[in-house]
Every structure is written in structure tokens, then in C-alpha cells.
Design a protein around this ligand. Sequence first.
Ligand code: NAD
Ligand code: ZN
Length: 251
Amino acid sequence: MKNSVTGNTQHLVILTGAGVSAESGIATFRDALTGLWENYDAETLASEFGFRADPALVWGWYEWRRNRVLRAQPNPAHYAISQLEKKLPKLTLITQNVDDLHERAGSLKVSHLHGSLNKPRCLTCDESYAFPDEVLPNATSDRESRIDPPRCDLCDGLIRPGVVWFGEQLPANAWKSAEDACRDCDLMLVIGTSGVVRPVADLPYLADKKGASLVQINPIISGLNGVANFNLAGKAGEVLPELYAAAFPNT
Ligand code: NAD
Ligand code: ZN
């Protein structure tokens, strides 16, 4: 029997997807097919080609998303994960999410494999761009508001969102560390991901191959049901605090 959920875990890897932020009111990619992405295809909103074709449409859409995240709060799943980090000898947190709810719940080191809404950069020279702290994005309730992207201080190029778009490579260092962590861990929790967006969906298979236990938390069947040793069917914000309480009673 492989290592159990509450066993003597030395290195826990947690991989999260959009589902971990669902209870904070941030739509998952699948939910969003009837909302977020409803009127445009992914190529239009989430590729360099789409951005170059209509920068104001794409920047405005990301500002709308960033604004939604700014108004959202971490949920009990994010907090349970940051608590686990304090209890275990080693925890590696890997996320596909572009929001910052893990950080705001207190997680100290978060590897964002798909980038971050808060880290825009110049399309031309790659210089990073800092959003003005005190100002909320202009986009309010309208997810189709057009907003011209800011310009780079160095070269006057367009500032682009800091997310990984279709057709782009994942950040090389973060990806290598994620692979190394999956090869090294004895337990992996996969939370709120459909397990179909590659190459991230390959990570649980890597951990499984190396002998780690795999536990999935998801209310519905995902692409990972076959490989997981345990499928905990439920919402992350309910299951994770229960798991934490079972593993660390009296804390
Ligand atoms: P996905 O939308 O493909 O899948 C979400 C999964 O979460 C589904 O399997 C669903 O059953 C599950 N889920 C829904 N509610 C849940 C809950 N309360 N608790 C646990 N699980 C729940 O998301 P994905 O696999 O992360 O891939 C989609 C892509 O979209 C990623 O690349 C990601 O970067 C991007 N995205 C990110 C955000 C975000 O940053 N919050 C939001 C939407 C999309
Ligand atoms: Zn520049």
C-alpha cells in the first residue's frame, strides 16, 4: 500500500486548477465556456495572434478578469493548503491558476505554471510592468470593455498580460522544478483540475510512475480518475479542511 493521505508524508506536492478558486466565485474554464469565453474563441482572447489583432479587446478582457480576482477572497481550500505548508516537512505548490488567491491565503511559494494576471510585461522587450497599486482596473462589470494596453517605459511597446497563451511554452524553470518535485514526492494532491490541459496534466502520471500516492479532489469525474489512488468526490473548500482536521486533529 502506498503512502496514505494522513500517513507520514515527507514531501507533498499539491497541483491546483481552476476548481480550487471556484468557491471564491472565479469561474473555471469549463464553467466559463458558457460565460467567460462565450462570445469569443480561445484563439481570439488567449493567443499572441489575437492580442496583436485587437489589443484593446484582449487587454480589456484580462483587466475584467483581474478585477474579478481583486474583488474575490481566498476560500477554505486555499487556507487549508497554506496551513499544510506549515505542518509538513516539505510542500511544493504548483498551480495552473493565474489568480493570486493562494498567495493571499498565506502560501509562501507558489509556482504558477500558466503565469499570472499580476505580472504583465512588454510584448516587444519583455520588461515587466507594474500595475499602479492603488487603482482598480477600469474594467468593472462589463467583460467586453475595450481598454488600450499601457505602453512600455523602455521601448514604447505594448504591455501584454502575464499569462501563458495558447501556443506558448510554460516558464522553463518552473516547469523543470514541477517535474523534479513530482519525481521526488511521496504524496500528490490534485485539486480542481480537469486533467486535460497538457503538459500540466502529465505531472500526476510522473508522480504515480515514481511510486507516489495520488489523491484527487474534484466533485465530478475528471481525466485523472483512472490514475488517482483515491478520488475524494466533493468541493475543495469542504474536503480539504476535513482532510486537514483528520490529519492534524487538535490544531
Ligand atoms: P478546468 O476549468 O478545465 O477544470 C476545473 C475542474 O475543477 C473541473 O474538473 C471541475 O469539476 C473542478 N471543480 C469545479 N468546482 C470545484 C470545486 N469547488 N472544488 C474542486 N474542484 C472543482 O480548469 P483547469 O484544469 O485548471 O484548466 C483550465 C485552464 O484555464 C488553466 O490553464 C488555467 O490557467 C485557466 N483558468 C484559470 C483560472 C484561475 O486562475 N482561477 C480560472 C479559469 C481558467
Ligand atoms: Zn519594452
